[in-house]
Structures are given as structure tokens and as C-alpha cells.
Design a protein around this ligand. Structure first.
Ligand code: HEM
Length: 84
């Protein structure tokens, strides 16, 4: 049931108006409803809109954060070809 996105499609959702998507590992997360409640601030999330933010994410968070918020925010996965 989960949707599949290319990196290009994710890149088109790079601000709150178009949907703020970010990639963490192979998952695609939609954060426009979350930016204003992000404990780390809205600004830092907006900066990585449309991009792969795995490196930044794992620097500041642990698995528990994805477990808690992932089900609410995840909209799909990166297509195989885009993972390379
Ligand atoms: C699905 C995406 C994200 C979720 C659900 C999320 C959630 C959270 C939560 C719950 C916290 C509070 C601290 C904790 O419980 O660990 C936090 C803090 C923080 N987040 Fe995020 N975050 C996300 C993405 C990001 C990204 C992509 C960045 C960086 C570009 C970022 C940067 C930070 C920073 C700097 C803090 C503060 C850390 C501190 O005060 O020590 N977050 N985030």
C-alpha cells in the first residue's frame, strides 16, 4: 500500500506549500504538519526539505524518535533505483 517516490519527486516537495518531504534512510516523510511542533525547530527542517536528511537525522535522534513519529509522518519509500 505504501507509495513509492523517486528522489526527484521528493525534491519537488521542498517547502511547506508544496509539502515538506524529507528522506531518512529509504523512507519518505511528510513534515508540513510537524514543522511547527518539532522540538529542534522549524528552520532546521525547512533547510532539508526535499533532501536526504539521514545524516542530520541520526546525528540528533535515535531509533525511538522514528518509532514514535514515523507511523504518523511516513508517506512512502524511495524507489529501488533511487536508493543507489
Ligand atoms: C521525521 C523527522 C523528524 C522527527 C520526527 C524529529 C523529532 C524530534 C524530536 C522528538 C526531538 C526532541 C529530542 C528527542 O526526543 O530526541 C528533536 C530534536 C531535534 N531535531 Fe528533530 N526530528 C526530525 C528531523 C530532524 C532533522 C532532519 C533535523 C536536522 C536537519 C533535526 C534536528 C533536530 C535538532 C537539532 C534537535 C534538538 C536536539 C537537541 O536539543 O539536543 N530533526 N527532533
Amino acid at each position: 500500500m505504501s507509495e513509492s517516490f523517486t528522489a526527484k519527486q521528493v525534491a519537488e516537495h521542498k517547502d511547506v506549500d508544496k509539502g515538506l518531504y524529507i528522506i531518512i534512510d529509504s523512507g519518505v516523510y511528510s513534515l508540513e504538519s510537524f514543522v511547527d511542533e518539532h522540538p529542534g525547530g522549524a528552520k532546521i527542517l525547512k533547510r532539508v526539505g526535499g533532501k536526504d536528511a539521514s545524516k542530520q537525522f541520526w546525528k540528533y535522534h535515535n531509533e525511538g524518535v522514528l518509532k514514535k513519529y514515523g507511523p504518523k509522518l511516513k508517506v512512502g519509500d524511495l524507489k529501488e533505483e533511487a536508493k543507489l
